[in-house]
Write a protein of this length. Structure first.
Length: 277
């Protein structure tokens, strides 16, 4: 089998300089060029770019201090207030998906403006005998979830168990609100709100389709921050409607001159009494 010569007497031409050098003094660079050892250059490190991953930002085992989310005003739709009736001080407030509880204190504010101090707001517009300054009083108002109605009936049988969610029967539930889309409504018994979506044979039932699979007559007791309680047979039950998107309060002093009138203008917000900077 053949073999290469040692090249001890041979010469070679450098790929870099084109000069002649002894063959045995030639070396190969990283790019494949044959050069004399006096011309040899190492590969520039910057030509080998390292593959870097993303910067580590999140800790694997974080232990942050406990921090409460600050409460902020929520912008309401245009003309969010509706007067209940002639001579009434009850105002309905339209606040879609408000997630508030009954007995929460809410302060209303109008258009914000800049002055020497922060958190300055104008009052909302007057309407139907209700003054904006009265609605936007600094102390705010205690609210009740839902829309107040005159629809009432009585319990047909006492509720002796505070946790009972079945068998809650009305004397006449024919006028209580139910909807084809199973929108949640309220039966107000004393100060307890009982959430329901259907009424079958005067029995409150089905808060959600999932609940139906388990028990077709299940309801939610002590809804919207109210307290579960026992109730006597024959006690009054009032229907409150649209609790997801509405709440109401009784405004100081003023009463409606017509009733069922929308107003308040825009912008109007509902929020805590004090805004955290």
């Amino acid at each position: 089998m053949g073999k290469f010569a040692s090249g001890s007497k041979a010469i070679a031409i450098s790929d870099r300089s084109g000069m002649r050098f002894p063959y045995n003094e030639m070396v190969k660079e990283w790019n494949g060029m044959w050069v004399h050892y006096s011309e040899f250059e190492i590969k520039q490190p910057q030509l080998d770019l390292a593959v870097l991953g993303p910067d580590g930002i999140a800790l694997e085992h974080p232990r942050p201090p406990q921090r409460a989310t600050p409460k902020v005003p929520v912008l309401l739709p245009k003309n969010p207030f509706t007067t209940y009736a002639l001579g009434s001080s009850v105002l309905f407030v339209h606040s879609p998906n408000h997630r508030r509880n009954t007995s929460t204190i809410v302060r209303f504010r109008g258009t914000p403006y800049v002055q020497s101090t922060t958190n300055k707001f104008d009052t909302n517009h007057d309407f139907d005998g209700i003054t904006g300054a009265n609605i936007c009083k600094a102390a705010g108002y205690t609210i009740t979830v839902g829309r107040y109605t005159t629809v009432t009936t009585t319990l047909n049988g006492a509720i002796t168990d505070k946790t009972a969610t079945t068998g809650i029967t009305l004397t006449d539930g024919s006028s209580f609100r139910t909807t084809s889309d199973r929108t949640q409504q309220i039966a107000l018994v004393g100060s307890e709100m009982i959430k329901y979506t259907t009424i079958t044979n005067n029995v409150l039932g089905e808060v959600s389709p999932d609940a139906t699979k388990i028990n077709p007559e299940v309801v939610e007791r002590g809804a919207y921050g109210t307290t579960k309680a026992t109730h006597l047979d024959g006690v009054t039950v009032r229907n409150l409607i649209d609790p997801t998107d509405w709440f109401y309060f009784t405004v100081d002093t003023d009463t409606a001159t017509v009733g069922n009138i929308q107003g308040g203008g825009f912008p109007v917000s509902a929020g805590p009494v004090t805004i955290t900077p």
